[in-house]
Write a protein that binds this ligand. Sequence first.
Ligand code: NAD
Ligand code: UDX
Length: 479
Amino acid sequence: MVIEKICCLGAGYVGGPTCSVIALKCPDITVTVCDKSEDRIKQWNSDKLPIYEPGLDDVVKTCRGRNLFFSTDIAKGIQEADLIFISVNTPTKIVGNGKGRAADLKYVESAARMIADLATSNKIVVEKSTVPVKAAEIIMKILRANTKPGVDYQILSNPEFLAEGTAIVDLIEADRVLIGGEETPEGQKAIQELCWVYEHWIPAKNILTTNTWSSELSKLAANAFLAQRISSINSLTAVCEATGADVAEVAKAVGRDSRIGPKFLEASIGFGGSCFQKDILNLIYLSECLHLPEVAAYWQQVLSLNEFQKTRFTRKVIESLFNTVTDKNIAILGFSFKKNTGDTRESPAIHVSKTLLDEGAKLHIYDPKVEPEQIYYELTGTYVKTEHENIKKCVEIHDTAYSAVTGAHAIVLCTEWDEFKELNFNKIYEVMMKPAYLFDGRKILDHEALQRIGFHVQTIGKRLARTGSIRAQGSLTMP
Ligand code: NAD
Ligand code: UDX
C-alpha cells in the first residue's frame, strides 16, 4: 500500500506539530488532524493556534488547506486514511487501580474503538501517544475482535521524542525516529510503509526499527534517563550551596567527559512538563506489576528528588523573607514549565505559587505566553469564574514584568524566558520594596551585577558572596 492519506486522532502538542511537519515534508500525502474538541479544531483553523511553538505558525500557514486539514469529522478522517496516528492524551490515572501511577488509557481505548467501528478498509494504526509497554496489545485486541470482512489492521509503535519549545526543529532534524512492529511479514511491511513516510526528510540511517515492546519501553526509558540527569544535577545543588562549589562549574566539568556529555545538566527548581513525571510513574507502576520493587524504588527516587528540589527552593524563599510572607507582594516571573512554550502542565511555578499562597502571600505573576485563565486554572483547579473571585484577591496577573515587580518585596524567577535577562534591573530595584530580594530559580541572571545594584540575591547551586554595595545590607546567608 502506498500511503496517500494520513489521519491523526488528537490535535494536541504532539498531534498538531507532528502532522504539520509531515504535511510540510510530504506534499504527496494528505494529512487530516482530528480532535473531538470543537474548540481546539476551531483554533487550529484560526490565526491564533491553540499552542505556542516557535516556527509552527509558518508551517501551518504553508500547508493548511493544501495537504493539511484540521477537522472534527473523525469518521471521515478514519475512513479515508491509509494510516492513522493515535496521538491522544495518556494522563496518570486519578482513580481506581494504579491511581497516581498507572497511565489512564481510556482515550487510547476510545480511539481504538472508534477505528474499529468506523474503518471500512485496511489500516495501519500507529501508537504515537506515550503508553505503557504492551499497550499495543490492547489496541490490537480491540481492533482484531471487531474486524469486518476485507478490513485488516497492522499496529505499530512510533513514539514521539519532540520537546516543547523546540518541537519544529526536533521534528525536522530528529536525532532518530523509532518504529516498532510485529515480527511477521505483514508487520515488517507496515514498518517499511511508515519508514517511507519519514524518509521524505529523515535519513534512513536515523530511522530505527524494533519490535513493538522495545519501542514502547524505549520511550519511557528515554524520558526516565533525561529526568534522571536533571535530578542528579539538582541533587548536587544542595551540596554546592552548603560547600561553596558552583553547580554550573561542576556541570561543565562533568559534562566535558564525552561519555557523559554536556546536555541536560542545567540545574533548576525542578523539572516540569506533562511527560517526565507521568512517564516515570508509568515505569514505576510497570516495575511494581512485574514484582521488581528495587527497580521501582530506583526510578521513584528521581521523582522524589524533584519534589525535594521544588520544596527546598520555596522554603528558601520563605525563610529568607524573615520566615513570613503573609501579605507580602511577591512577583513570580515565568509560569510555563520551560521557556518558549505556553504550557503549564506540572510547571514548578505552580508548586512555588501554591506554597506562597498557603503562607498568605500576594502574588503578581507575569509570563510572556501563558494566558491568565490558565494560571488561575492551575492555582484553583477550575475554569469557573466565580471560584476565581477569591483567588483574584491574592493573585494578580500582569501584562509586563515591570508591572508585576512594582511594589514587590521579592522577585521569584521560575522560568528561564530570554526576555528576563534583558530587564532593566536598576529600574526594577527603584520600584521595589526594600530590602529587595531576588530568587533566581533558573540561574540565568547576572547575580553580581544585581548585588551591585543592591538586591539580595539567591540562586540555585551557588552560594553568593555578600557584596560590598552600601545599598545591600541585610543577610545573604543561605538558610
Ligand atoms: P494533549 O492533551 O495536548 O492532546 C491530546 C488531544 O487528544 C486532546 O486535544 C484531546 O481532545 C484529544 N483526544 C482525546 N481522545 C480523543 C479521541 N478519541 N479522538 C480524537 N481526539 C481525542 O496531549 P499531548 O501533549 O499532545 O500528548 C499526547 C501524547 O503524546 C501523550 O501520550 C504524551 O505523553 C505524548 N507525548 C507528549 C509530548 C509533549 O511534549 N507534549 C512529547 C512526546 C510524547
Ligand atoms: C520532554 C523530552 O525532552 C522529550 O524528548 C519528550 O518527547 C517529552 O518530554 P519537554 O517536557 O517538552 O520534553 O521539555 P524538556 O526540554 O525535556 O524539559 C522538561 C523539564 O526539564 C522542563 O521543566 C525544563 O526546564 C527542565 N530541565 C531541562 C531542567 O531543569 N534542566 C535541564 O538541563 C533540562
